[in-house]
Design a protein around this ligand. Structure first.
Ligand SMILES: [Zn+2]
Length: 266
């Protein structure tokens, strides 16, 4: 039995975080993530960076290093209620501005105000956006079925610690599991609950079976699984991607290194 059920280095579960708007409490949130080795993605409105409550353009690259900077619309315009020309402006100007700051292609996004429809998804595709996080949540650890309508496990105010414990205890069952948490860092100030995210990160940190990843790393890895090329009898597999990919055969982990062809013995 061949299964796509192993993350990098044979990890069985993935944890990723997703925070929006790039307001100054991100500094405290990033320091908590870094302290516990938790990683994630920050969805930023480039056009709003000059505002005093936002992270400065000058500090952005260094602050978020080790995490991912992703798009959130250059002015946070709700995309489903605007012309497609303006959708494309919102996405591309955000990408261009952020890319100048961070020095890598910005390929992900979260929906400003959570609003989207089929027109918005068409615009994302035109603009080279490879995933976009919605505000709806699943309260489970199943793999997303559509990265352009990516529903997380929970917002951090939705039973975070209970879900975290359930994730740690979740049996593997020959399938990959992801916990995906989203929110805004300023909510911890507003709700006076920084303890919540600190306790969560502490509880989830340093686990041998968890891959701590950014949103785009997760997308790239899943796409690498899908890019594997098998022989007709599934005895050989070729990995044409730039990512080392792990699978299992009869419960045994197998790594298919980038560019390699591997014989799958029984
Ligand atoms: Zn937002």
């Amino acid at each position: 039995m061949l299964n796509f059920d192993r993350f990098p280095n044979n990890k069985r579960k993935a944890l990723t975080m997703s925070y929006d708007d790039g307001k100054t409490p991100d500094r405290r949130l990033v320091s908590i993530f870094n302290k516990y080795g938790i990683r994630g993605t920050f969805h930023i409105n480039y056009g709003l960076l000059p505002r005093p409550e936002r992270i400065n353009a000058e500090e952005l690259k260094e602050l978020y290093s080790g995490h991912e900077v992703s798009a959130h619309g250059v002015t946070h315009q709700s995309l489903s209620i605007t012309p497609k020309e303006n959708m494309i402006y919102e996405i591309m100007e955000d990408r261009k501005g952020l890319e100048r700051l961070v020095g890598y292609p910005v390929r992900g996004m979260s929906y400003p105000n959570g609003l989207y429809d089929d027109r918005v998804i068409d615009a994302l595709k035109v603009c080279g956006i490879e995933y976009c996080r919605a505000v709806e949540t699943t309260h489970d650890f199943r793999m997303p079925d559509d990265f352009l309508k990516w529903k997380g496990t929970c917002h951090h105010n939705q039973n975070l610690l209970e879900l975290g414990r359930a994730f740690l205890e979740q049996p593997y069952k020959n399938r990959p599991h992801i916990m995906y948490v989203w929110g805004h860092s300023y909510e911890f100030d507003r709700d006076n609950n920084w303890d919540l995210i600190e306790d969560f990160c502490k509880m989830m940190s340093g686990k041998d079976d968890i891959w701590y990843c950014t949103n785009i790393e997760f997308v790239d890895y899943v796409n690498a699984w899908k890019s594997l090329r098998f022989s007709a009898d599934c005895s050989l597999v070729y990995n044409p991607t730039a990512t080392d990919v792990w699978i299992s055969k009869n419960e045994k982990p197998i790594v298919i290194a980038s560019g390699s062809t591997v014989k799958l013995s029984d």
